[in-house]
Design a protein around this ligand. Sequence first.
Ligand code: SF4
Length: 263
Amino acid sequence: MARLTQADLIDLNHTFEERTPLELIQWTQEIFGERVAAISAMQQAGNVLCHMLSKIEKSSRVLFVDTGVLFEETLQTRDRIVSEYGIEVVTLEPNQTMAEQTAELGVLYLSVDGQKQCCDLRKTQPLLEIADQFDALIGSLRRSDGGQRAQCPILAVDPQANCLRINPLVNMNTEQLQAYIAENKVITNPLHEQGYPTIGCNRCTTPVMPEEPKRAGRWRHLGPWSVYCGINPTDLDPEHSPAIELDQDLIDRILGRETDFMI
Ligand code: SF4
């Protein structure tokens, strides 16, 4: 195994700024083959990603984390995506139900530290349990969502899952996203029309007033200290971003290096 650092990706990230989302998805599939999956929480951008995958001849699997306390509308959106787009969606679940977790650990989501633990147990750990099946995960983060995501790179190392994260939609602004949804009649979660710009667990998501920031409804009860769940490593403190370990051959292919097999 060899190390691939975020710094190794600087030139490639620069080059990739010119590529379209579809080109980036196709590059990912060419490089990683079966060892790539997409992740969608069945929100708008994730559904656009699912729609794009459904248009590609050989689609990638989509991973969806069901925390056990999602809105019914989110689960129905997932089911429509599966039946109407014909893509494979793998639903991941935490080891405990929310009732079991609460009996053991209390109501975690009522404190800032507890929220981190709850999101880790119910979102991140289910993904990490199958992460060794993949060298790359395609996400749907967009820079125009602002906050920590305003600086999101197209390619990012994910040391926890030891894989590369690819964000092909980073340069799609909100107008472009809405235009894509309208033009392609993308399936969307009906809660978006009911005052929820972003949608997570039913315990921690509220509607948002028109003048509020889009993510104001996420962990509103915890004040401004909880903004992200942590399943996307680029949402975390950038100082946490060291390196992952992959086969040297695969790293050479990612970075477009010529391999001299005669050496
Ligand atoms: S969003 Fe709330 S309920 Fe869902 S996993 Fe995170 S803390 Fe737990």
